[in-house]
Design a protein around this ligand. Structure first.
Ligand code: BTN
Length: 254
């Protein structure tokens, strides 16, 4: 991938991830491409949740041609998280962190999220960042309330479209960089990830299909699992996909 990646811009899509999947499966795209929409009518989040995506957000899917071997593909969601958090930091000067695995987190509130999916030989990095979005109707369902960049920066943007484009370019640059780091030195990528991860050292509640426990998040394993030290002294590697994870100090998963 490179920052020269072709960008397909849409006004409205159901979901940029679903559209990317459709285009790959129908053979209409082969190779890296980026798909963006001003708004999505069926935006999807992790854990089969809906993703609120009116105009005013960065809603994009970067179709990645993985350069890392398959055994490292589980690190792509973390890699994308590092890239987007760094893009937010460099573009807006905000302390954007990551709540494992890749929620974009600012001041204890969710600024955006990432949904990575595999389609054949491609990985879709579906990225959603609230730039200047009407979050009003979401307030009742999430605690703490999500946040957008305009609120985090403390200044309303004009219509947010300029900031969306700035962020898109920064995300592409950072994806390029972090993708190379992952291919060349996964340990380094994990170091970069750990520096941004707000959960390390914190008490967390882990809720899986049939189990619920409290522990302390103490590290990230080589495959991207979160290591949790349980109250009985045992360690568990928590893998994304089948868990809901809450900071005991607040910060429920969306
Ligand atoms: C999460 O649950 O935190 C992940 C949210 C991912 C949302 C983005 S918006 C662009 C892309 N298209 C989708 O339908 N979802 C992702």
């Amino acid at each position: 991938m490179s920052t020269e990646t072709r960008i397909l811009r849409y006004d409205v899509l159901s979901s940029t991830n679903s559209e990317s999947r459709r285009l790959i499966e129908s053979g209409e795209i082969a190779g890296p491409v980026c798909i963006t929409a001003r708004r999505q009518t069926g935006g999807r989040g992790r854990g089969d949740r809906a993703w609120h995506s009116p105009a005013g957000g960065l809603w994009m899917t970067q179709v990645l041609v993985p350069v890392a071997p398959r055994e490292r593909w589980s690190l792509y969601p973390l890699m994308a998280g590092v890239a987007v958090a760094r893009a937010v930091r460099e573009t807006f000067g905000l302390e954007c962190d990551l709540k494992w695995p890749n929620d974009l987190w600012w001041s204890g509130r969710k600024l955006g999220g990432i949904l990575c999916e595999t389609v054949g030989e491609y990985i879709l990095a579906g990225i959603g960042v609230n730039v200047q979005v009407d979050l009003g109707e979401m307030d009742s369902v999430t605690d703490p309330r999500p946040v957008d960049l305009a609120e985090a920066c403390g200044t309303p943007f004009c219509d947010g479209q300029h900031e969306v484009q700035l962020l898109l370019r920064a995300v592409q640059r950072n994806l390029d960089l972090e993708h190379s780091v992952l291919a060349e030195c996964p340990r380094r990528l994990l170091q970069r990830y750990r520096r941004l991860c707000v959960l390390i050292g914190e008490r967390v509640r882990v809720i899986t299909g049939g189990d619920e426990y409290v522990g302390v998040a103490c590290g990230v394993e080589e495959d991207g699992a979160l290591t949790v030290l349980r109250m009985d002294g045992s360690y568990t590697g928590v893998r994304a996909g089948d868990v809901s994870l809450r900071l005991e100090s607040g910060g429920e998963d969306r």
